[in-house]
Design a protein around this ligand. Structure first.
Ligand code: KIV
Length: 290
């Protein structure tokens, strides 16, 4: 979509109505990469709530209900404690709030690693309870069998290689990956393995730029970069980072707004008016019928 959209506040829909009205599909996004080239980059943002989805939907190709909601919504220290129930509730809200973008839901830590059968049961539950089109799961070669198992049984999978935040207890930190040759080779093999297993796309997170570019050139499916490379076939950011909800901005994030500042100013203004008894004013009061 290339037009500029505004929000019709009476319907919460985009104006003008984006065409086509039908939701984009995973095969459609997968097919954007032809002979290694993606002419129209894939635009992805995270979404966790219905209202957020309504605002983002007209501008995106894909909305990712990321398990980053653990930190962003629930104030958890990492994505490790995130549950399937959280992902199902937020996934359903995002599907209700969108009608254009493909919606995919992260499989939380512990819901897919034990076996392909465990992964299938939980991924099927997520698709049934949310209406999402696919799932994302983290890991490389170790997850290839699971990705093939799900894909062969009707569940599209987006892979996730490089920095895999659910593995924080093994990695020890969220720093960039692939700086030494052995790790770069391992990430390349992981990317090749999840691609061969049939993932429709893969997130490449937090790796050195030439590695992300090389993987993008090497795999047939679209790559979605975050802290990766402009050469990736698409980009994703956590929306709250992108709109400036947090003071800390990691290097790979660009802030396109200052919502934390706007919300803080609004709250301060409101508090001052309540204390001065100037809110509510005449416009906000009900009077007896004349
Ligand atoms: O959970 C998430 O938001 C993600 C993105 C950062 C890719 O996995």
């Amino acid at each position: 979509m290339s037009a500029t959209y505004t929000l019709d506040t009476s319907t919460s829909r985009a104006n003008p109505t984006p065409a086509p009205i039908r939701r984009l599909t995973i095969p459609g996004l997968r097919a954007r990469k032809v002979d290694g080239v993606t002419a129209e980059p894939i635009v992805v943002l995270t979404a966790y709530t219905a209202r957020q989805a309504q605002l983002l939907d007209p501008h995106c190709d894909m909305l990712l209900v990321g398990d980053s909601l653990g930190q962003v919504i629930y104030g958890l220290p990492s994505s490790v404690p995130v549950t399937l129930e959280m992902m199902a509730a937020h996934g359903a809200a995002v599907v209700r709030g969108s009608y254009h973008s493909v919606v995919i839901v992260d499989m939380p830590f512990g819901s897919y690693e034990a076996s392909p059968a465990q992964a299938f049961d939980n991924a099927a539950r997520l698709l049934k309870e949310t209406g999402a089109a696919g799932v994302k799961l983290e890991g490389g070669a170790a997850m290839a069998e699971t990705i093939a198992f799900l894909t062969a049984r009707g569940i599209p999978v987006c892979g996730h290689v490089g920095l895999t935040p659910q593995a924080i207890n093994v990695l020890g930190g969220y720093g960039p990956r692939g700086r030494d040759e052995a790790e770069a080779d391992k990430i390349k093999q992981d990317a090749r393995a999840v691609s061969d297993a049939g993932c429709f796309a893969m997130v490449i997170e937090g790796v050195i730029e030439p590695l992300a570019a090389a993987i993008t050139a090497a795999v047939p499916c679209p790559t979605i970069g975050i802290g990766a490379s402009p050469d990736c076939d698409g980009q994703v950011l956590v929306t709250e980072d992108m709109v400036g909800m947090f003071e800390r901005t990691p290097r790979f994030v660009k802030r396109y707004a200052d919502l934390a500042g706007t919300i803080g100013e609004a709250a301060a203004h409101y508090a001052a008016e309540v204390r001065a008894r100037t809110f509510p004013g005449q416009d906000q009061l009900y009077q007896p019928k004349k």
